[in-house]
Design a protein around this ligand. Structure first.
Ligand SMILES: NC(=O)C1=CN([C@@H]2O[C@H](COP(=O)(O)OP(=O)(O)OC[C@H]3O[C@@H](n4cnc5c(N)ncnc54)[C@H](O)[C@@H]3O)[C@@H](O)[C@H]2O)[C@@H](O)CC1
Ligand SMILES: Nc1ncnc2c1ncn2[C@@H]1O[C@H](COP(=O)(O)OP(=O)(O)O)[C@@H](O)[C@H]1O
Ligand SMILES: [K+]
Length: 632
């Protein structure tokens, strides 16, 4: 699934209208319809949760959707543990929903689901075709056949008639929605949605943020159509308005044309909508969100559902924006998906489809029947010191669990007696370090060890030592095969301009935001301000694969591509979780995966394992790094 910037979105929009000749009003109509369908799906879920008979009758589709999407409001069956975050529902892939169906995935992270492809879960089972609100239509015998009257169609000699179920709501009379409309195209989308909601029997009131006369182009056409249908409208600041006196709010104030913090009536309406306590469905992005960086301006809508139009926007995947968006549903509006490919969109959501189709990863990780430990590669790990020997153990064990044939752990010799036997599957290679610390003289020993290994991982629990820059420089310049650099090895890099170092083989850096801040020479807050943008520019400028860890880890390549991972959860914020990731990526590299494949697939598997491990606990906070390894 492609992830775009506001500028890219505008270009694809223009291309569709000008080159393909699809009228702008047609795109807006599709957008309005998609938004209305998601409002109706939300009403259904709410009714079915509340046990309203109407909700139940139409609830088959809505229930299916609820099973897919991790959202407390969605009524997820088997959701045993709390979750608070966003889900992404889209046309391309369905993700962790299958895990949900398998029973109680705890998560606050996002999930992806979609209409076309069933979850493959990287070789895990479960899933099946799942539906979103719109697809619920297919479930229902048809509005014209007496709304699910048993067997009406089938009994009548195979004759059946389908209706527009996604735009039909039993019990619509109990709903009253406000549509907050800005004066741009985002407002136009909301006005189009208002007509469809009205058609479904839902009472709708339009709330204009600006004088309706100030609307132009397609938005003005929508204004006139809504008026011609007699949909009541008020103008903010002019007419009386109580935002709490409704059953839900459509936020169509600001979209990708928004610049800076919301001003004037926009800001006041956003604050009042949030304060109303009503469910909010945002058109395209929550108003007040920076569509590119995920920054939330003050104020910013806190949506229950965001109906993202055409392509996922970067800001919806980056925190805090991802938290403000609620459940994200990506809906097609007639802009061909191929435009993103042709237009060179750099960023993709890391779904099973992206892993297989774009990164060519074999998710099943098939092993040859004739394979032996030599087939699956040998990792050399340079890690651990007296106070942080556990980091080396975690990386080494994770590499083994990731499926490589052999792991050699190079460690200061004083540690040897203490770690012998703790992981019998490991090979240990003591290097001179009588005090349990690394020293500059060990570079030659590590280099010698690396010659017969398939990849080298450096850093977990390494500590800093005199001459460490020269030490790392030698390994950087002279080790054969791919290299993973983590933890203190990143801090060594941060102290020098390593771009002058030469290297013939690819390197993966795996910083957490603090380490990234040191590498880039900026604050951690600046790192988090636009993780995707920073990861992309750093990877390109430094010629490395960059894995910027943290919620929604970004994997960026020197070629200027990035993948956003949404597996994992906050329970993984525990000491050593990063060491486990280094081990997993190294284990995959040793098995012959390319660096971009190993980095992306490693991050993805690490998150999945974290989710699986958390399900085994009463609370995800109980998760420790070793649990992630055991869940691989
Ligand atoms: N062709 C179409 O009709 C399509 C429309 N789309 C919709 O159009 C949106 C983009 O529309 P626009 O480019 O018209 O822009 P928006 O509708 O996002 O907003 C632009 C308007 O808001 C005002 N504004 C901008 N920043 C503000 C701030 N901080 N405070 C107060 N007012 C502010 C501007 O003066 C302008 O009038 C998308 O997000 C999407 O919803 C897309 O769905 C694609 C297709
Ligand atoms: N909220 C979260 N959602 C998803 N993954 C997370 C979250 N918090 C932490 N993680 C993951 O856990 C790992 C923590 O790594 P790191 O900070 O390097 O820990 P350590 O240095 O203790 O090993 C990273 O892979 C990170 O992406
Ligand atoms: K909006």
């Amino acid at each position: 699934m492609d992830v775009v910037t506001a500028e890219e979105m505008r270009a694809f929009d223009r291309d569709t209208i000008e080159r393909l000749g699809i009228p702008a009003i047609a795109l807006m109509e599709n957008a309005g319809r998609a938004i209305a369908e998601e409002v109706i799906a939300l009403c259904r879920r709410r009714a079915s949760e509340a046990g309203v008979p109407g909700g139940g009758m139409w609830g088959a589709g809505a229930g299916a959707a609820g099973g897919v999407v991790r959202n407390s409001e969605a009524g997820v069956p088997g959701s045993e543990l709390g979750r608070d975050g966003a889900g992404v529902v889209g046309g391309e892939a369905r993700h962790v929903g299958a895990g949900t169906a398998r029973g109680g995935v705890w998560r606050n992270g996002a999930g992806i689901s979609g209409a076309e492809v069933k979850w493959e879960g990287a070789g895990t089972t479960g899933g099946g075709m799942m539906r979103d609100g719109a697809e619920a239509a297919g479930d229902v015998a048809g509005a014209l056949s007496g709304r699910g009257a048993p067997g009406f169609g089938a009994d009548a000699a195979g004759f059946s008639v389908g209706g527009d179920a996604a735009l039909t709501l039993a019990g619509a009379g109990g709903e009253h929605w406000l549509v907050l409309a800005g004066k741009g195209n985002n407002g136009g989308d909301g006005l189009a949605a208002a007509r469809h909601l009205r058609e479904a029997g839902i009472a709708v009131t339009l709330v204009y943020a600006a004088a309706p006369e100030s609307l132009a182009g397609e938005a003005a056409l929508q204004r006139d159509a809504a008026a011609a249908m007699g949909i009541p409208a008020v103008v903010y600041g002019k007419d009386a308005l109580d935002l709490a006196a409704c059953s839900g709010i459509v936020d169509a104030l600001l979209g990708t044309g928004s610049a800076g913090a919301p001003r004037g009536a926009y800001a006041e309406l956003i604050a009042a909508a949030n304060a109303s306590g009503r469910a909010i469905v945002s058109a395209d992005i929550p108003s007040g969100l920076d569509a590119d960086t995920g920054e939330t301006h003050e104020p910013c809508i806190h949506a229950s559902v965001t109906v993202c139009l055409a392509f996922l926007k970067r800001g919806l995947l980056q925190y805090p924006g991802a938290g403000a968006a609620g459940r994200v549903v990506v809906r097609s509006i007639g802009i061909p998906a191929a435009l993103a490919r042709e237009g060179g969109v750099q960023v993709s959501l890391l779904t099973p489809e992206v892993l297989t189709a774009r990164l060519k990863v074999d998710l099943a990780r098939r092993r040859s029947p004739e394979g032996h430990k030599g087939t699956y590669g040998h990792v050399l790990l340079a890690a651990g010191s007296l106070r942080m020997s556990g980091a080396g153990l975690l990386s080494a064990r994770a590499a083994l669990r990731a499926g490589c044939g052999l792991v050699t752990w190079a460690l200061p010799e004083k540690l040897l007696p203490y770690v012998i036997g703790s992981v019998p599957e490991l090979m240990l290679a003591p290097v001179t370090g009588g005090d349990g610390e690394w020293n500059a003289g060990t570079a030659a020993e590590v280099l010698r060890l690396s010659t017969s290994r398939d990849c080298t991982a450096i850093g977990p629990g390494l500590g800093r030592f005199e001459g460490d820059t020269e030490w790392l420089r030698r390994l950087w310049e002279e080790t054969e095969g791919p290299m993973v650099i983590d933890a203190d090895a990143l801090n060594i890099l941060a102290d020098t301009d390593y771009r002058s170092w030469s290297r013939r083989h690819p390197v993966i850096l795996t910083p957490h935001p603090g380490e990234m801040a040191r590498l880039a020479g900026i604050s951690t807050a600046e790192v988090q301000r636009d993780r995707i943008g920073l990861a992309l520019s750093y990877a390109v400028q430094h010629g490395v694969i960059l894995v910027l860890k943290g919620a929604h880890t970004v994997i960026a390549t020197p070629e200027g591509l990035a993948y956003i991972n949404i597996t994992g959860h906050p329970g993984m914020g525990t000491g050593g979780a990063g060491d486990v990731l280094t081990g997993i990526i190294s284990g995959l590299l040793a098995q012959g995966l390319e660096v971009d494949q190993a980095a992306a697939f490693g991050v993805y598997l690490h998150g999945l394992a974290g989710e699986r491990a958390a399900r085994k606990r009463d609370h995800p906070a109980a998760l420790i790094a070793g649990d992630i390894i055991e869940a691989l």
